[in-house]
Design a binder for this molecule. Structure first.
Ligand SMILES: [Cu+2]
Length: 293
């Protein structure tokens, strides 16, 4: 009988430890939540989206929020029905089982067609938003050819008046990211090209990404609406250093945009490269003699 005697005094410290642990967790949770910056709180209100920066962002925002509302309503309905059925039709005594249903045609039809309707509604709104986002403008103010290659970006500004209709470019390196300059409030046509594998051109603040496919030119039009500096990314696993395939986006005034183009021209970056010649190597990680990059 000694184990019973031994167990008794140990119970109290364990209880106190549990209480202390719960208090600590609650304190950390309160500290974490109250430590949220205004930017974090704004982002929570946008359901994790960053602050929008393009004229097409609203379509994606509406789709995003609408989808969350639909998902929440569906969850509450399904979970509510499950709980109701579990409680209402539970086994009430040891010697009887609740009525068992099989071949219930209306129910089977419901759980076949209800998901089809849910998918059809999502599909309709996705296609509608996609058509709005991809609508082309008649005469875009600027045309930029984007070249995504392993593992860097090059931006070619085509026929800009600021540099006497020359084409100027900025080609990046993984240790020296390319800068994409965009004038605020002016429409830009992006033509996307790849010389090697499929990449994906993604600017999170535009709520938009599009695949960059070898042998095919994908294009879209967009007007930046918020000045700032953002980080662009490759959103398609394209090889070993995919995660380092980044670029900087600067949405600036027209005067700053023109000044940047003149600087590129002054540096001799004239022409339209099909990809950076050093794009297959990573600074500090150059392959050994004869080894593939
Ligand atoms: Cu890539």
């Amino acid at each position: 009988m000694s184990p019973v005697v031994c167990a008794e005094p140990e119970r109290r410290p364990v209880g106190r430890m549990k209480l202390a642990r719960m208090t600590a967790i609650a304190a950390i949770a309160i500290a974490t939540l109250s430590g949220c910056s205004q930017a974090d709180k704004d982002q929570i209100q946008r359901l994790a989206l960053p602050e929008a920066a393009s004229d097409r962002s609203d379509y994606m925002f509406d789709l995003w929020v609408g989808t969350w509302i639909a998902v929440l309503v569906t969850f509450l309905l399904v979970f509510g029905l499950m709980m109701y059925a579990a409680v209402r039709y539970r086994r009430k005594s040891e010697d009887e089982i609740p009525p068992q249903l099989r071949y219930h045609l209306p129910l089977e039809a419901l759980y076949t067609f209800a998901p089809v309707i849910v998918v059809a509604v999502f599909f309709f709104h996705t296609v509608t938003a996609q058509n709005d986002i991809l609508r082309k403008v008649d005469n875009p103010d600027h045309t930029i050819t984007v070249v995504g290659s392993k593992w860097q970006w090059a931006f070619n500004y085509i026929g800009e008046t600021a540099v006497n209709n020359d084409d100027v470019f900025d080609a990046g390196q993984p240790d020296n990211l390319a800068d994409l300059y965009l004038p605020i409030g002016e429409s830009v046509r992006f033509d996307l090209k790849s010389p090697d594998v499929i990449h994906s051109f993604w600017i999170p603040e535009f709520y938009f990404k599009m695949d960059v496919i070898p042998g095919k030119v994908n294009s879209f039009d967009m007007t930046p609406t918020r000045e700032g500096t953002f980080t662009g990314r490759c959103a398609e696993l394209c090889g070993l250093y995919h995660s380092r395939m980044l670029f900087k986006v600067h949405v600036v005034t027209r005067a700053e945009y023109d000044a940047h183009l003149e600087k590129l021209k002054a540096e001799g970056n004239i022409g339209a490269p099909e990809g950076s010649d050093k794009a297959n190597t990573i600074a500090g990680l150059e392959p050994e003699n004869g080894e593939e990059g």
